[in-house]
Write a protein of this length. Structure first.
Length: 286
């Protein structure tokens, strides 16, 4: 089956229709840990504002309801874009080694593996689709964190082909309402200052509203590298996103994450894959 070379961010796309169904109270019980918003894009924008990386988790498996929501969304994305993501429930062996996690994570029992093959399941696509899973987990009231290095890849329970590697993982799970003192200290030590909008764009303002809104959403994006390596440009009514020349797969994960956030903020449109890929706004963005 031919793989898409462009990714449609419109709410009418099959992936977003799947996401809309997943958060509908017609399919699942009301969610006690967060208010339900029937417009999935609004829900995800709220998740962008609410999300913060968490490192201390209640050491329990996901509820059947939460696991079902994430599993169905992951299956839809895997089928739609040819990526490979897998949900691990109640198995924290990849984080059990203090040497690997440097003591930064505690209580991890659940995570999503983002598995790259270099052909269809590329790091950029994994970042783009993985961030939708990440934000959806936030709408469920779960804590999350994208982890690029401080875990044991060999301890992940994935059956990998010779061409496949675990690009990174997204930790998900129950957390206390407020970060612990240790989490706050780690966040203060590790958190990078967000770039200004002018630093995120090589095109100086003034900008159309959709471009500005996209940049605002990118400001709040997580990063597998704990950086903001992606820069945007505006030309002839279209945006583009680029990263420095690199062979680091996590840089491409961050490119995908930033494109997801930009598309949600801008409201409608299509992205081309790759560094320098173009975003064409749709009707909402005009």
């Amino acid at each position: 089956m031919a793989r898409k070379q462009r990714l449609d961010t419109r709410l009418a796309s099959p992936v977003d229709d799947a996401a809309r169904r997943l958060v509908s109270v017609d399919n699942y019980r009301p969610l006690p840990r967060c208010s339900r918003v029937y417009d999935i894009r609004v829900d995800l924008l709220e998740a962008i504002d609410r999300r913060q990386s968490r490192r201390k988790y209640v050491p329990t498996p996901l509820t059947e309801r939460d696991a079902a929501v994430l599993t169905e969304l992951i299956a839809a994305l895997n089928d739609s874009d040819g990526v490979r993501m897998e949900l691990v429930v109640d198995n924290g062996s990849a984080f059990d080694s203090l040497r690997r996690s440097y003591g930064m994570f505690t209580g991890v029992r659940n995570y999503v593996g983002l598995i790259a093959d270099g052909v269809y399941s590329t790091p950029e696509k994994l970042g783009f689709d993985g961030e939708l899973v990440n934000l959806t987990a936030v709408t469920l009231g779960l804590g999350t964190c994208i982890v690029g290095g401080s875990f044991s890849r060999s301890a992940c329970p994935f059956d990998l082909k010779s061409s496949e590697t675990v690009a990174c993982v997204i930790v998900v799970g129950e957390v206390e309402p407020a970060p612990s003192t240790k989490e706050k200290l780690l966040r203060g030590a590790m958190h990078r200052r967000s770039k200004t909008l002018n630093q995120l764009s090589v095109t100086p303002p003034p900008w159309p509203d959709w471009f500005n809104a996209g940049l605002v959403a990118v400001q709040k994006a997580p990063s597998a590298l704990n950086r903001q390596p992606v820069v945007f440009a505006l030309s002839d009514g279209r945006a583009s996103a680029s990263i420095p020349a690199t062979d680091d797969p996590l840089m491409f994960v961050d490119l995908g994450i930033a494109k997801r956030h930009f598309g949600l903020g801008a409201g409608d449109g299509t992205w081309d894959w790759g560094s320098g890929g173009v975003f064409t706004p749709g009707l909402v963005g005009l």
